[in-house]
Structure formats: C-alpha cells, structure tokens
Design a protein around this ligand. Sequence first.
Ligand SMILES: [Zn+2]
Length: 69
Amino acid sequence: MTSPIRHSQPPIELPLDGWLLEGEPAPGCKVCGALDLQRTYARKRNDWTAACAAARDIRNHGHTHVEAS
Ligand SMILES: [Zn+2]
C-alpha cells in the first residue's frame, strides 16, 4: 500500500452559489446602474465579497417591476 501524497490546495475563493451574484438592475435606475458597475469591477478583481454585496443591494433595491407609463 502506498499512501497518496496530498498536496495542500489553495482555498477556492468562489461564491457558494451562483445566485449570490445575480440581480437584475432596473433599467434607468442610477443606483442599480452604479451597483451593477461595482459588481462588474469587483468580479474582475476577484473580490467576491464585494460582488455579492453589490448583487444583494441590487436585489434589495425594491423595484416592483412597475411598468413605465
Ligand atoms: Zn434601483
């Protein structure tokens, strides 16, 4: 019996679930637009904490899909 050599692996810095990064910015909403931009930049620098926070803020912005009239 040979014991397998286990290399220590670096921690995977990915969000647990993809939905954590989801969120539909409301069209025309400057706040949502800014958050969407923050999320994009955060993802580019692998800052998942900030990306998740921005996505959560988008989801929590409270748009109720009001139809533009
Ligand atoms: Zn908004």
